[in-house]
Design a protein around this ligand. Structure first.
Ligand code: NOJ
Length: 718
């Protein structure tokens, strides 16, 4: 449809029809055939109002979507198609590893493929918009939603966020019906919930907001993301869903977002619980005036907005909001084809998509595990070894993670299944996932451990223990799993922990008992198979931690990018009292951001820097020779960090600026070049402007944020 036709359509709408476009409901409102039942009755919504709403969230099948759309188009006056949205976070039915695991690839190209293929399956089921990616900056593993994040580094997170948007949206949503619109969330600050408790208060400085929390949103907007979701939390004391400063000034003004702003689930009505609105009418008024276009799952707009708009003479604002939603529908090609290709779909096409996904999921889930520890190269498993697989995760298919709401768990490949496909002398003792490991089971485990050369202990979280509303004050392994590890390690020196989880855990208590730890996260539909390939050495671990693992929960929030303090701790003063340190624990994480081992032995050698001082219009080249000194092929990520030696604002002790993923054959070596410009030195100043200051910068390059073997000094002269 042409823009002028959209304008004409808008001019034909009544106020009630316009308000309807701003309302999003779940499919059950329609599935009783439009009869007034359940929630509709509670919400006092008329049948006429139902056939005026703009959007539905959370349908399951293409049949459902076609049925609802057909009914809607038949009964609504203006026949503006519904837009269908859903949470397609790391796959729809076929599930990839969780986003935190995908971040361990450090690869925007990989997440782009995940998003592209997830779109394919989801659009074939009728989804038009996904509530993904999540660009929230995170530093606190107590918050269960770190599972959905890209980890603790804003630069990495921005690059990955862009990858997701590209993969979901493609080039032209009106033509490419296998792509869907993306909605970046949760704007903004949601990851800074105090104490790591979900939905809790957020209070962050504006320098911190602009430096660390906004970049991923800016990246999504620069990539053309169609929607932004507002968060539940407060910013400067006002919930973002009713916060004009955040939506108008920051999102629309500073970040330049022109698309649809949607609230999070019931966030409009929750303004009452926040006690910034007295009732639903005030809540609707606050959210609407702040700039929320669409009210997800509350009846505040539906019931009160028409009245508010007339009272406050906000017709123009209403028209702008509705026009943005009509534009989204038009961008998706819904006016031309409200079913977006569903009617032409063939069973062969659907089968082909599933096949394509299966292969892609297997290959990507081989790249997401992180080998945290591997003493004396106990992994990979050696030929002829007698292996015991023990633990609650051994046979568990609960490996898809909390956001796989229609993921096919019954088809997920468990670790036991994956290992049984191998030529291996394997004994299995599986406990029930999610249940306490009993004394009796521990006795059986000890017995089995004695009879085998190597023990794989499959332990971790259930999917319920990470994700939304899964906040924890204790992030150690639960349900006697630590006890199981201790007991087994007493009788077998070769204990390998295979860890399934959605957040960094505190592993201090078990790390000494283990020879190796393979962090496999929630690995997705093909999990058991990919992990088996890694354990056997058929593929080589290459993941790098996108989020640091603390030594103790008391260190949280934690980031490798901590700011310089007035009393920094270093090797020479770590026995003194009045410095910034814990009396009972080290400052640094147990496993830091960027850490991840390989079966290969990689080495980074300095091959020089093009110049030691540079100006604004110049580019500096830093060369590194990467060697694979081992007899096997593998991949790693070479990382370049900077430290701004003196600046007007306290700066991080180190910051990731560049990285490169590299695959080398046995004994191969390759030169890689990092390019740095003044853009890489820019940061947010006290007045929220972004610029680089002249002065000295330390560069370091290596295979993690802690293991940095190459150093250079670089002077920036303005
Ligand atoms: C609430 C969650 O916070 C958000 O991430 C999600 O997209 C919506 N529910 C919709 O399910």
């Amino acid at each position: 449809m042409e823009k002028t036709d959209l304008k004409k359509l808008l001019s034909e709408m009544t106020i009630a029809e316009k308000v309807g476009q701003l309302v999003q409901l779940t499919p059950d409102f329609f599935l009783a055939g439009g009869e007034i039942t359940g929630p509709m009755q509670e919400w006092k919504m008329s049948k006429e109002q139902l056939f005026q709403i703009g959007s539905v969230l959370g349908t399951h099948t293409s049949e459902q979507v076609m049925k609802i759309q057909e009914m809607y188009l038949e009964k609504s006056r203006l026949k503006i198609p519904l837009v269908f949205m859903a949470d397609v976070i790391h796959g729809y039915e076929s599930i990839y590893p969780i986003p935190l695991a995908l971040a361990a690839t450090f690869s925007p190209e990989i997440v782009e493929e995940v998003a592209r293929l997830s779109s394919k399956e989801a659009t074939e089921a009728g989804v038009h918009v996904t509530f993904s990616p999540m660009g929230d900056h995170v530093m606190d593993a107590r918050w269960g939603r770190v599972l959905e994040s890209n980890g603790e580094d804003p630069t990495l997170s921005s690059a990955l966020t862009r990858g997701y948007v590209r993969g979901y949206q493609g080039n032209d949503l009106s033509i490419e019906k296998n792509r869907m619109a993306a909605c970046v969330k949760h704007f903004v600050g949601y990851g800074a919930a105090q104490g790591g408790r979900d939905y809790n208060t957020v209070d962050i400085s504006h320098v911190n907001l602009y430096q660390n929390y906004l970049p991923a949103f800016q990246a999504a907007i620069d990539e053309g993301v169609e929607l932004v979701m507002t968060s539940f939390n407060t910013m400067d004391g006002i919930p973002v869903t009713g916060n004009k400063q955040m939506i108008q000034k920051v999102l629309r003004g500073d970040l330049g977002f022109e698309g649809v702003v949607i609230s999070d689930w019931a966030a409009v009505v929750e303004l009452i619980a926040h006690r910034v609105a007295a009732d639903k009418k005030e809540a609707a008024e606050l959210a609407f005036s702040a700039g929320v276009d669409m009210d997800m799952m509350s009846d505040s707009y539906q019931t009160h907005l028409a009245e508010i708009v007339l009272e406050k003479e906000q017709q123009e604002i209403l028209d702008e909001a509705v026009f943005r939603i009509l534009t989204l529908k038009n961008t998706l090609g819904l006016f031309e084809d409200p079913y977006r290709g569903l009617k032409e779909q063939t069973p062969e096409q659907l089968k082909q998509t599933k096949k394509e996904l299966k292969q892609s999921i297997l290959s990507i889930s081989e790249k997401t595990p992180v080998l945290l520890k591997n003493e004396d190269n106990v992994l990979p498993l050696k030929e002829g070894q007698k292996v015991a697989l023990i633990g609650p995760k051994a046979r568990s298919q609960d490996i898809l993670g909390a956001w796989s709401w229609i993921g096919e768990q019954e088809k997920a490949i468990s670790l036991a299944k994956g290992l049984k496909e191998k030529d291996l002398d394997l004994s299995i003792l599986a406990m029930e996932d999610g249940q306490n490991v009993t004394e009796n089971e521990i006795e059986q485990a000890i017995q089995l451990a004695k009879e085998n050369e190597i023990v794989l202990l499959a332990v971790g979280e259930t999917s319920e223990e990470s994700g939304e509303a899964a906040s924890l004050v204790n992030i150690r392994l639960s349900r006697n799993q630590e006890q199981l590890i201790h007991a087994v390690s007493k009788v077998n020196a070769n204990v390998v922990v295979v860890l399934f989880n959605g957040r960094p855990l505190d592993l201090s208590n078990i790390v000494v008992d283990t020879r190796a730890i393979l962090e496999v996260w929630f690995p997705g539909s093909e999990g058991g198979r990919s992990i088996a390939n890694l354990l056997m050495g058929e593929v080589n671990p290459e993941g790098k931690l996108p989020m640091s693992f603390p030594r103790a929960v008391g260190q949280l929030p934690l980031s490798y990018m901590s700011l310089s303090t007035g009393r920094p701790m270093h090797d020479g003063n770590n026995d003194q009292k009045y410095i910034s340190r814990y009396m009972d624990e080290a400052n640094d994480p147990l496993f830091s951001f960027g850490h991840g081992l390989s079966y290969c032995q990689f080495e980074c050698l300095d091959n020089g820097i093009s110049q030691h001082s540079f100006t604004e219009d110049q580019t500096v080249e830093v060369q590194v020779l990467v060697k694979n000194k081992s007899q096997i092929a593998g991949g790693t990520t070479v990382q370049l960090y900077i430290e701004d030696v003196v600046a007007q604002v306290a700066r991080p002790v180190k910051e990731l600026k560049k990285w490169e993923k590299i695959y080398l054959n046995a004994k191969e070596e390759r030169m890689i070049t990092f390019e740095l410009s003044s853009d890489d030195l820019k940061y947010i100043h006290h007045d929220l402007s972004m610029s680089a200051e002249k002065g000295l910068f330390n560069l370091s390059i290596g295979l993690s944020s802690q293991e940095r073997s190459i150093h250079h000094e670089l002077l920036y002269v303005v």
